[in-house]
Design a protein around this ligand. Structure first.
Ligand SMILES: C[S@@+](CC[C@H](N)C(=O)[O-])C[C@H]1O[C@@H](n2cnc3c(N)ncnc32)[C@H](O)[C@@H]1O
Ligand code: SF4
Length: 456
């Protein structure tokens, strides 16, 4: 995507609706408790894949960032980590038995803050995973890092126990912004951590940024952009601040008056996107950037990028097993989620040795629509012939109503739809979620409920 000018574009006001991020289709809102352990086992048995991606959720954080919308528990009690690990190991032990024919190709530790675990606990956890699962030769091992509790020594330790990808929460480097979000951190320190990771040979370093935070303006954004440029990460995630104070109580500490208005928020996004693209990054989807030689950028150019709950990935055919409180799995034709509250998670493991709470089995129609949404989100293009051959349908007949609902978006220049394909235009990339919503059978009754964050 080349730099596009959109802050003043009337389409932004028109399409800046509420919409899902489509990390899965159907989305988690459709999960039900009728999906049980047997349905999960059936999904594993009928899965076409023998590659496995593990997501492990570590929910704890030392300190509360007021903006945070993640599933986390803020505590100063270090012993909670050990208790959590003992339950997590019981879950791993039971789940690994079901995946004995799979090989682990990817591991991602997310949170909360995975580095709430100390060096020894992280080592214990990775050793236990190796003991319980079979591993492929070159496993991608990623971990989310809160720089405030990281040292160069700890980065070295992560490398030594097998991690090869880091994602560091930067958000914003300006002190006034940091004070308003209760997250003071030193940019020099982050720089030193990134340098250490590169020197050691980490394959990829990602930095997380957020636009739309309190007191952000074009000057503070420039400071953050400049700092990121000097750190020279392989990837950048640029998230739109999702302000839902009714859902995340700590966001009430952020006064509305401190937030940039809608137009200013868009300017900040435009400023960051333009700067990163001019600096040589390739836009991957809406909110991710990668260096042109990064495997995500290459995969996108070749039309083989995929998307799962952790974001964009090159590993398409993997089953995904989520472990830990609130973690989500995508195995074969199923989606499944563990209990979201820690007490429920512990109780479920105590009673059943697993923590499945809800999920669903995709219907044939769900699978078809899931593929369409994935293609659009990842590659900004949908090849109708590919879909017709894969699913044995006549695209224009099957999706007659959906195509009609795309017409206004086409008139507004967001996409071009013809006999062969749907091609998302440059400005349309910003609204790819709106385009996907046209193929979402579940969305219409939900739109009224305001359960999603704004799209940009
Ligand atoms: C689990 S945290 C990353 C690891 C670590 N806990 C940290 O904060 O450094 C995941 C990322 O989600 C993003 N995030 C959290 N709350 C958000 C919100 N309300 N809106 C947009 N992005 C958010 C932040 O960029 C954050 O780095
Ligand atoms: S942003 Fe990260 S460190 Fe801050 S509260 Fe959320 S999960 Fe914890």
């Amino acid at each position: 995507m080349s730099a596009v000018s959109f802050a003043q574009n009337p389409l932004v006001a028109k399409y800046n609706l509420q919409g899902p991020r489509y990390t899965s289709y159907p989305t988690a809102l459709e999960f039900t408790e009728t999906f049980d352990r047997q349905a999960f086992i059936d999904a594993i048995d009928s899965s076409q894949s023998r590659d496995l991606s593990l997501y492990i959720h570590i929910p704890f954080c030392h300190k509360l960032c007021y903006y945070c919308g993640c599933n986390k528990i803020v505590t100063r009690h270090k012993h909670k980590a050990q208790q959590y690990l003992s339950f997590l190991k019981r879950e791993i032990n039971q789940q690994a038995k079901l995946f004995s024919a799979h090989k682990v190709a990817q591991i991602h530790l997310g949170g909360g803050t995975p580095t709430f675990l100390d060096d020894q606990q992280l080592e214990q956890l990775t050793a236990y995973l190796h003991q319980q699962f079979s591993f492929a030769d070159n496993v991608e091992m990623g971990i989310e890092i809160d720089p405030r509790e990281m040292t160069k020594e700890r980065i070295t330790h992560l490398y030594n126990i097998g991690f090869n990808r880091l994602s560091i929460g930067v958000q914003d480097v300006n002190e006034e912004v940091q004070d308003a979000i209760n997250r003071r951190q030193s940019t020099e320190h982050i720089k030193a951590l990134v340098e250490q990771a590169k020197t050691l040979g980490f394959t990829s370093v990602n930095l997380d940024l957020i636009y739309g935070l309190p007191h952000q303006n074009t000057e503070t954004m420039l400071q953050t952009i400049d700092a990121v440029k000097t750190m020279d990460p392989d990837r950048i995630s640029l998230f739109s601040y999702a302000h839902l104070p009714q859902r995340f109580a700590s966001q009430k500490k952020i006064k509305d008056a401190w937030l940039p208005n809608a137009t200013d928020k868009l300017r900040l996004m435009e400023q960051a996107i333009t700067a990163f693209i001019e600096h040589g990054y390739q836009a991957i989807g809406m909110d991710h950037f990668a260096k042109p030689d990064d495997e995500l950028a290459v995969a996108q150019r070749e039309g083989r990028l995929h998307r799962n709950f952790q974001g964009y990935t090159t590993l398409g055919n993997c089953d995904l097993l989520g472990l830990g409180v609130s973690a989500i799995s995508a195995v074969g034709r199923s989606l499944a989620q563990n209990h979201k509250a820690l007490t429920d998670y512990y109780q479920a493991i105590e009673e059943n040795e697993h923590a499945l709470a809800r999920g669903l089995t995709l219907t044939a129609e769900d699978e078809l629509r899931s593929e369409i949404i994935k293609q659009l989100m990842c590659n900004f293009r949908l090849d109708k012939t590919y879909i017709e051959e894969k699913f044995q349908i006549i695209f224009d007949q099957h999706f007659f109503d959906d195509i009609q609902s795309l017409k206004p978006l086409q008139s507004d220049g967001l996409l071009v739809e013809d006999k062969q394909q749907i091609q998302v235009c440059e400005i349309g990339r910003l609204f790819v979620r709106n385009i996907c919503m046209s193929f979402d059978q579940y969305i219409k009754p939900k739109l009224a409920n305001n359960r999603y964050s704004s799209i940009v």
